[in-house]
Write a protein that binds this ligand. Structure first.
Ligand code: RUB
Length: 318
């Protein structure tokens, strides 16, 4: 199906995800569900198969924007597996209902995992974080609501500096924030009680994919004996990894690392800009989800319980 036939809002959402105007796994998932709902509502398809084909095409288009955050395909799976019915109106209604339900579940999951994560944080604790994760923020918000006073060492997170967003939002929650450049992390780990990070994808073996720099932080934290905790709703579990697929790591443009003038000045070199890395389970202490906290090695059991379905993807053309 031609992408031009998709609703303008779907193009807008896809563009915002691609340019990182909308970023972070949970926000990407929420925007994806909204885009599919808009496609269902605004479509002038006249038959159920025609509307289902449009929804599948919209999902494929959204999936082409960024490859790593599994929340995006998981949002598509949730909506498309429930969009069904004998008439165009039935398909529309079920797609809208499932998209709205997905958003509500996302919010509830974040609040629930926030409470689980908050239980790990004690009054007076300092944690270190990397990038910007709404799941991490949910833990801190719940701890702050419980009256706990916290301090944070926030890594700047080159090249996009998502640490600035985190620093501002933590400050707004009343956390005492120190912003450091990424390479200062090890120096400050001695002052830290926990490392708390989010996830873009969690593989069946308990490996966690998150912003580039997470794995180095985890290894150094392990060396120092600092617990490293991943706050990630079950939306971040990647069912494709149960059948051996690897999570694709997004490689972004070199212009995020060097300006044109800097590039020109340095001359003929290669610039590599991977957006994410993989932290093996042995460096992680716990994964905090809305279903409780899990040792990373036990995540496969939870995945089997949640994604019992077959391997075909609902956005594939029939
Ligand atoms: C964002 C990032 C975040 C996770 C979790 O990367 O790595 O840690 O997405 O975020 P980018 P959340 O800025 O490249 O999208 O907890 O909000 O889902």
């Amino acid at each position: 199906m031609d992408r031009d036939a998709l609703q303008p809002r779907v193009h807008e959402v896809a563009g915002d995800i691609e340019t990182m105007e909308t970023r972070g796994a949970a926000k990407i998932a929420a925007a994806t569900a909204d885009a599919l709902r808009t496609q269902a509502v605004e479509s002038d398809a006249e038959t159920a198969p025609a509307l289902l084909a449009e929804l599948r095409a919209a999902a494929r288009f959204l999936l082409s924007t960024r490859p790593t955050a599994v929340s995006l395909p998981n949002a598509c799976r949730y909506v498309l597996r429930r969009a069904d019915g004998g008439s165009v109106e039935a398909v529309r209604a079920s797609a809208v209902e499932s998209a709205v339900e997905f958003r509500a579940r996302l919010e509830t999951a974040q609040a629930d995992l926030g409470q689980v994560g908050a239980n790990r944080l004690r009054d007076g604790d300092t944690f270190m974080t990397h990038c910007h994760s709404t799941d991490v923020l949910a833990c801190v918000e719940a701890a702050a609501a419980d009256g706990k006073e916290l301090a944070a060492i926030v890594k700047e997170t080159r090249p996009r500096k998502q640490g600035h967003i985190t620093a501002r939002e933590l400050r707004d929650l009343g956390v005492d924030v120190t912003l450091v450049v990424d390479s200062a992390a090890r120096r400050y780990l001695d002052d830290v009680d926990h490392v708390l990070v989010g996830a873009d994808a969690i593989a069946a073996d308990g490996s966690v994919v998150n912003k580039i720099g997470t794995s180095g932080l985890a290894i150094v934290a392990r060396e120092r004996g600092t617990p490293i905790v991943v706050a990630a709703g079950t939306l971040k579990l990647d069912p494709a990894t149960m059948t051996g697929n690897a999570v694709e790591i997004e490689l972004r443009d070199e212009s995020e690392v060097l300006t044109d003038a800097q590039r020109e000045d340095i001359g003929d070199i290669t610039v590599a800009n991977p957006a994410f890395d993989v932290t093996p389970p042995r460096y992680l202490d716990a994964i905090v989800t809305e279903r409780g906290q899990f040792p990373p090695e036990s995540i496969a059991t939870l995945m089997r319980e949640l994604f019992g379905e077959g391997p075909t993807e609902p956005w594939q053309e029939l």
